[in-house]
Design a protein around this ligand. Sequence first.
Ligand code: AMP
Length: 112
Amino acid sequence: MTECLFCRIVSGEIPAEVVATSEHALAFRDINPTAPTHVLVIPTRHVVDIPTLAGAPAELADLVALGARVAAQEGLDDGYRLVANTGRAGGQVVFHAHLHVIGGRRMGWPPG
Ligand code: AMP
């Protein structure tokens, strides 16, 4: 049995509110949303972070495209934020690559 939380969501072992899927990726609502829309888009294959996916361009492109599809589905026509927290100092807590799709409110800059 895998220890990885997001692999367990991919396998269905842990429930999640899935909003979209693609060939290589899965999108589900963040359990602790920071905005009206807060969706996580993850590769179904286990890789630790987004930069690691640079070695798999088809999967990376599929992931970003699914993020854009989710944003459109959620009606974020005015814009949204795609976030890839990377490494501990970057705020990454779950070490299975993911993009946050965050929108539905005005975003501040710089991020915290
Ligand atoms: P990060 O800090 O970039 O690693 O983000 C991890 C995200 O996963 C956080 O925003 C958490 O709220 C979210 N999260 C943790 N557990 C779950 C879960 N079981 N279902 C959905 N989202 C989760």
